[in-house]
Ligand binder design. Structure first.
Ligand SMILES: [Fe+2]
Ligand SMILES: [Fe+2]
Length: 280
């Protein structure tokens, strides 16, 4: 990776007028190990934080920082539990909390890793990082209400693996993280919400409603910057997506699709037609 400056997480460089560059602060938050420390660091990045869009940062610690638990296992090893039991509902809420913890890291990663985008790009992803932090906290508090905590169940690392695969390619990152993995969350949310409501857990269902509302905005941000980069590079968005999904071995998306949420998030009819034509 080429670089013209180096920021070590935990260090104080670069700073402007006593405040860390938003992107350097994002790298420090990404490196933070404890979830409470990570969330506090996200919240501490103010709207007025200075921003150096051109600088290339280098991480000197393993990313992302994360706590010793949950233990990471392969997706097939995450047990499916019945919604009829308290433990089953807690396991589902834990899985959602783990997704949100990863989503905080993914938003922070796009902030520090990719230089050369306009100011608004970084402000958008800071907003996403904050909302993901709120989602995590809502779910973690709900887990606590039920007598559980983040780390009580295993989790899988599928979201971060896609971040690793697309670490050198912003167009692929946008195509395959917000526009694929987060968009899959739009499809899954109504089913999860109904499972929780059907089990009599209206409070957890209400949290999923909040998350779905915000996630439409995250996917919309992904769509906006993906299409802008496609235009900049003279790429046709639908064909480009198919090529990137194949090159980076993206998961094949299966219905039912939440077409209303996807339209609200900025997918156009050509993209939705391609999605439904590809369903296996
Ligand atoms: Fe989220
Ligand atoms: Fe999100």
């Amino acid at each position: 990776m080429d670089s013209n400056s180096i920021a070590a997480p935990g260090g104080n460089e670069p700073r402007t007028g006593g405040m860390a560059c938003l992107r350097a602060a994002a790298l420090e938050a990404l490196a933070a190990v404890g979830w409470a420390d990570k969330l506090a660091r996200v919240r501490a990045i103010g709207d007025q934080a200075p921003l150096d869009c051109a600088r290339h940062y280098v991480a000197h610690v393993a990313l992302p920082g994360r706590p010793a638990v949950p233990v990471l296992v392969s997706p097939s090893e995450v047990p499916q539990r019945s919604m009829a039991t308290l433990e089953g509902r807690a396991a589902l809420l834990h899985a959602l909390a783990h997704i949100e913890f990863n989503a905080v890291n993914l938003a922070l990663d796009i902030l520090w890793r990719f230089a050369g985008m306009p100011d608004a790009f970084y402000r958008d992803w800071l907003r996403v990082a904050r909302e993901e932090a709120t989602h995590f906290e809502l779910l973690n508090q709900r887990l606590a209400d039920l007598g559980y905590a983040y780390g009580d169940f295993p989790g899988h690392d599928g979201l971060w693996e896609m971040a690793e695969r697309t670490r050198d390619d912003l167009l692929a990152r946008l195509a395959l993280v917000p526009r694929t993995l987060e968009a899959r969350g739009l499809d899954a949310s109504p089913l999860i919400r109904n499972k929780l409501a059907g089990a009599g857990d209206a409070r957890s269902a209400a949290i999923v409603d909040i998350i779905l509302r915000d996630e439409i905005g995250h996917v919309a941000i992904g769509n906006h910057w993906y299409k802008l980069l496609c235009a900049r590079q003279g790429r046709e968005p639908v064909a480009c997506y198919a090529e990137l999904a194949s090159r980076y071995n993206a998961p094949r998306l299966r219905g039912p699709f939440n077409l209303a949420a996807r339209r609200a998030a900025g997918f156009d009819e050509a993209e939705l037609a391609a999605l439904q034509a590809d369903r296996g």
